[in-house]
Design a protein. Structure first.
Length: 447
């Protein structure tokens, strides 16, 4: 009887979600709206009354704060202090969000996975959070804590280049699916599973239909079509914990996804890594700025980490002033979008390439623009009141050390002298976490 009741609850949740999203296809600009429902879907009653307004972002489940980011780590310190104090009727348990944007060092997921594990071991494990949709990233970059399968006809695009048509949200990816039976599977590998699921759908005139299934219970057909092309965030607050969610296409038109994610209710820390191989700081400008602003408003991070610089350092013509200007522009845009979030720069890790005729360091020389990039990062961190941590703490600060780290035990740097090994990224996360948690960093920064 218990399993039958659980199946009925799943069916109710999914069927009512189908009613809500299908109504978006009837949206022709009418001003008639039901009373708005704040936040995620929490009950069948809310779902039955729901009328989608894609211009209103869902409420967040992350810890709010009042600290000013004039001290860049104050919001993180205050949010972690609230976790340590526990919950109350006035202040229920919520998660603290740390978001990292970056290049391949972030996309590899070894760094952010270790940072997440360290935070969650101390403050509470609540899952991986949001990630790119489907299996758009190479296999070595797939996020931990979940297994992802992608079957059928899917085509991905990223915000790496400004010439690629968008829109792109915080994940920096868009995944288009076509063909009946094409499927995406997101399976939690954590024993506790998830009780929150989010899916970012692009509603558009030619949009097709899909179905969601939770632990094998399939819901009704949902149509991602509407008169106006816009992002449709679907946050689901589930009645109990699940292990698997499936998105399956009907085949009556394309379905574009901008992201998805799973987590659990309760106190803890979410560390989300949004990185793309080859990215520079300009990539943040290639994202849809309205979507990015709305997302940062609805999911306010306690700390935003920017981990760029390696790809800019390949440019021999890069100057400190030029990069400082680019970096300042993107930092100030983020400050306008997330005025109460702290922002931290990671000083680019050392990188090297072989130089013809060079004999020192086995012929390896620093990337030509690295010195200019790192000088600009330090300057902008100082002038814009940002947090700063230098990756040279691990990579040594010079090409000779990078070369030595490719042969060490443990081996911390890959043969390309650009990327770290899994062990190197994990050690880097350990050092950053130590920096964030040290008394000199957090003490007296909770006001």
């Amino acid at each position: 009887m218990k399993s039958i009741a659980a199946a009925r609850r799943r069916r109710d949740v999914l069927s009512q979600l189908g009613l809500g999203l299908a109504l978006s296809a009837c949206d022709t600009g009418s001003t008639r709206q039901a009373a708005p429902v704040a936040g995620s879907f929490r009950s069948v009653t809310e779902l039955a009354a729901w009328r989608p307004d894609w211009n209103v972002m869902p409420a967040t489940g992350t810890v709010p704060w009042t600290a000013s980011p004039a001290e860049p780590l104050a919001p993180l310190a205050q949010a972690l202090a609230q976790l340590a104090q526990g919950s109350s009727a006035a202040q229920p348990q919520q998660a603290v969000l740390v978001m990292q944007f970056g290049d391949s060092h972030t996309a590899a997921n070894f760094f952010t996975a270790r940072l997440r594990a360290l935070f969650q071991a101390r403050y509470g494990a609540v899952g991986p959070g949001r990630m790119p949709p489907g299996g758009v990233a190479p296999s070595y970059t797939r996020p931990p804590q979940v297994q992802v399968e992608q079957q059928g006809q899917w085509q991905s695009a990223s915000a790496l280049r400004s010439s690629t048509p968008g829109p792109f949200g915080v994940a920096g990816w868009r995944l288009r699916g076509q063909g009946a039976g094409s499927r995406l599977v997101l399976r939690s590998t954590e024993a506790d599973g998830f009780d929150r699921f989010s899916l970012d759908v692009l509603v558009q005139p030619e949009g097709g239909s899909f179905r969601l299934a939770l632990d094998g219970e399939t819901g009704p057909q949902l149509r991602a079509a509407g008169a106006l092309r816009r992002r449709a965030p679907i946050p689901m607050e589930l009645p109990h914990r699940y292990r698997e969610v499936v998105v399956e296409l009907v085949g009556d038109g394309p379905v574009d996804l901008l992201g998805w994610g799973v987590e659990r209710r309760g106190a803890g820390v979410l560390v989300e890594g949004h990185g793309i191989n080859g990215a520079t700081i300009d990539m943040l400008g290639n994202m849809d700025q309205d979507i990015l602003k709305g997302d940062l408003a609805s999911h306010p991070p306690a700390l935003i980490i920017l981990a760029y610089g390696t790809n800019e350092a390949v440019d021999a013509a890069m100057t400190e002033d030029a990069y400082a200007g680019l970096l300042t522009e993107r930092v100030r845009a983020l400050k306008r979008m997330a005025p109460r979030s702290g922002i931290m720069l990671l000083g680019a890790p050392d990188g090297a390439r072989r130089a013809r005729g060079a004999t020192a360091c086995h012929g390896w020389q620093p990337l030509p623009g690295l010195a200019a990039v790192k000088a600009a990062q330090r300057r902008v961190a100082r002038t814009e009141s940002l947090g700063y941590w230098d990756w040279a703490e691990v990579t040594g600060g010079n090409a000779c050390t990078m070369d030595a780290l490719t042969h060490g035990a443990p081996r911390l740097v890959q043969d390309d002298h650009i990327h770290l090994t899994a062990e190197g990224y994990r050690l880097s996360a350990d050092r950053l976490f130590q920096h964030l948690m040290r008394p000199a960093t957090l003490a007296n920064r909770q006001t």
